[in-house]
Design a protein around this ligand. Structure first.
Ligand code: ZN
Length: 108
């Protein structure tokens, strides 16, 4: 996707592509053969693991997740709420995930 200022964005994750990049997707999305639909489904599933009853509320969930799953959850929380997570590995192996959530981020 080309913006009016000449920057090009990945058609899947919307990251800014290098100026000499010829593909529509960034290297990471090409490597994962990811489309907008598969990305949305993947992030939606990850967000479902941690979101509150009202998905716009602050996030405070304790779950079982690998480090790789936490990275996907991090992407998902940014994607849906615009807020960053903090992840804390507990003694029992589970992970506590917290984030300010959507309302806080938009200043509502
Ligand atoms: Zn991408």
């Amino acid at each position: 996707m080309r913006l009016s200022n000449g920057m090009t964005l990945c058609s899947v994750c919307m990251c800014v592509l290098p100026t000499n990049h010829s593909e529509a997707r960034c290297k990471k999305c090409e490597a994962n053969n990811e489309t907008y639909e598969t990305q949305h489904a993947r992030l939606n599933a990850a967000f479902a693991k941690v979101k509150s009853e009202n998905w716009k509320d602050p996030i405070n969930a304790t779950i079982t997740a690998t480090d790789e799953e936490i990275r996907v959850i991090e992407d998902a929380v940014i994607y849906f709420t615009g807020s960053l997570i903090s992840a804390q590995r507990l003694k029992d192996g589970r992970v506590r995930i917290r984030a300010a959530g959507y309302y806080v981020n938009i200043g509502a």
